[in-house]
Design a protein around this ligand. Structure first.
Ligand code: TIU
Length: 223
């Protein structure tokens, strides 16, 4: 079975792919969080929430492994490079107190995954200090234990944490597909460019497909 994808059909194996949901945290999608402090229009990210919720429901029903990630730093900021904290010259920086607690700090209300996509017990939740989900985390050790070779990517933001993680996964031998309507950027033109970069050169980083194509193929293959 195949997912109807660009630049060519994405083959599904007997073992299902994992659904990867990158950084769907209040810090990026709600006013008063880290994304807002960087000067972004956070409302732009809302469009992918119902799409990811639909994919998540299908993944849970069909038994796909689900991996959530969250960008977060320890309360003492010992895992936050000063260069990252100082970048941008913003009024509020990582670790400063905002309306939802300290920005991008693990355990703060604003750092939590949004209610609509809350992880269930048993689903993997990777807490990552970088943009990529493999850097300084256990993800590389966890994936073989799940028997996963194929990854379906969703989340925010397309050209930052999603693309970085997809490139890290590609270099580690995973077959990666990005769900086009399951990801958003603060900059629509950067989202478009990312989709084009991933699929150019016969899929140099991987594939892109719509959530509709992904869901129908998953239902046909594993339903
Ligand atoms: N600023 C921005 O576009 N993204 C991030 O800082 N992190 C993620 O993409 N999750």
């Amino acid at each position: 079975m195949f997912i109807d994808a660009h630049p060519y059909p994405y083959a599904l194996l007997k073992r299902p792919p994992a659904l990867v949901i990158i950084d769907m945290q209040r810090d990026f999608v709600e006013p008063g969080g880290f994304g807002d402090a960087l000067g972004n229009d956070v409302g732009r990210l809302q469009a992918c929430v119902p799409v990811i919720a639909r994919l998540l429901a299908v993944a849970r029903r069909l038994g796909l492994p689900v991996i959530h990630t969250r960008e977060a730093h320890r309360p003492d900021l010992s895992d936050c490079p000063p260069a990252k904290r100082q970048r941008g010259n913003c009024r509020l920086k990582i670790g400063d107190a905002g309306p939802m607690g300290r920005l991008l700090v693990d355990g703060e209300p604003g750092n939590a995954i949004i209610d609509a996509l809350k992880p269930l017990p048993g689903e993997v939740e990777i807490v990552k200090p970088g943009k990529g989900a493999f850097y300084s985390t256990q993800l590389q050790q966890i994936l073989p234990g799940l028997g996963v070779t194929h990854l379906l990517f969703t989340g925010v933001t397309t050209e930052v944490c999603v693309q970085t993680t997809m490139r890290e996964a590609n270099d580690r031998g995973y077959q990666c597909l990005l769900v086009e309507d399951g990801t958003e950027s603060y900059f629509p033109e950067f989202k478009r460019a990312t989709l084009d970069m991933i699929t150019a050169q016969s899929g140099i980083v991987g594939w892109v497909a719509s959530s509709e194509a992904v869901i129908s193929a998953l239902e046909r293959t594993y339903g």
